[in-house]
Design a protein around this ligand. Structure first.
Ligand SMILES: [Zn+2]
Length: 263
């Protein structure tokens, strides 16, 4: 029986019987797959200390299985993300990343760009320094990365209708077409979302340089996040509610209180 050996990241764990776990894993070699880890919940399991969220593991599983669930043959630790594992704010963001993959990437979808993107973004939120860690910036960067590896990207420079350069202090953003609508084309009663002009420029910078783009006030970044979530939903087969967003937003509230002590 031929076996595959692949690094992978666990996106979801589902208890199976009293002793086993079903894992949804994004692997480098096979994309998103389902693995059955027999006996993983036993205290003396060979998987003890492995199969955590926010670790990069090596997985060994049969190349072909009778069902869509492959039996995990062996696993080993490659590396951990210590800050991510220790910090609930970073964890809440990591879980949003993982749920976005579960909801928007088809199974099985062998794709090295998807694998590399997820791994790189988890590394970045693990490495980001204490004072500068900005979850909303990282989520916007992640959403732009997911769009790019999935083959559709919004743009932030020209009107989606007439192609003229988009500028001004107030702009309308169209999540259907993935870009700005100029004042002339918007006319009266335009749909879409109202955006400050500098937010458009900021999104262009995030698309170009990732999380190094710097920060904007939280309310504006959150508007960009809402636009990107809506754009992704429209281009990836329909918006799907994300359960992990609630906890992420609760955590955001907690760091905002830390950052702005009452006067
Ligand atoms: Zn126009």
């Amino acid at each position: 029986m031929a076996a595959v050996k692949s690094p992978g990241l666990i996106l979801k764990k589902i208890p199976f019987s009293d002793t086993s776990l079903i894992l949804k894993v994004f692997t480098r070699e096979s994309g998103l797959i389902t693995l059955l880890a027999k006996g993983a919940k036993r205290p003396k399991s060979k998987y003890h200390g492995l199969l955590d969220f926010f670790t990069l593991d090596q997985f060994i599983y049969p190349e072909k299985s009778k069902s869509e669930i492959h039996v995990l043959l062996d696993a080993g630790l490659i590396r951990e993300f210590p800050r991510l594992k220790a910090d609930p704010v970073r964890q809440s963001l990591g879980h949003v990343f993982m749920e976005l993959y579960l909801k928007y990437v088809a199974e099985p979808a062998q794709s090295h760009p998807h694998y590399e993107m997820l791994l790189e973004r988890l590394e970045q939120i693990d490495e980001s320094g204490e004072g500068i860690f900005d979850p909303v910036l990282h989520l916007c960067d992640f959403l732009l990365g997911l769009c790019a590896v999935s083959g559709f990207s919004p743009q932030f420079t020209e009107c989606v209708q007439c192609g003229r350069p988009a500028k001004g202090f107030r702009i309308r953003m169209d999540p259907d077409f993935g870009g700005p609508v100029c004042a002339a084309c918007a006319g009266t009663g335009a749909g879409g979302m109202a955006f400050p002009g500098r937010l458009l420029k900021w999104l262009g910078r995030v698309q170009e340089m990732g999380a190094r783009a710097g920060r904007l006030p939280r309310e504006e970044e959150s508007l960009a996040e809402a636009f990107l979530l809506s754009f992704l939903g429209k281009h990836a087969g329909g918006a799907r509610p994300l359960k992990t967003l609630d906890f992420y937003r609760e955590m955001l509230g907690s760091i905002d209180m830390r950052a702005d002590p009452p006067l």
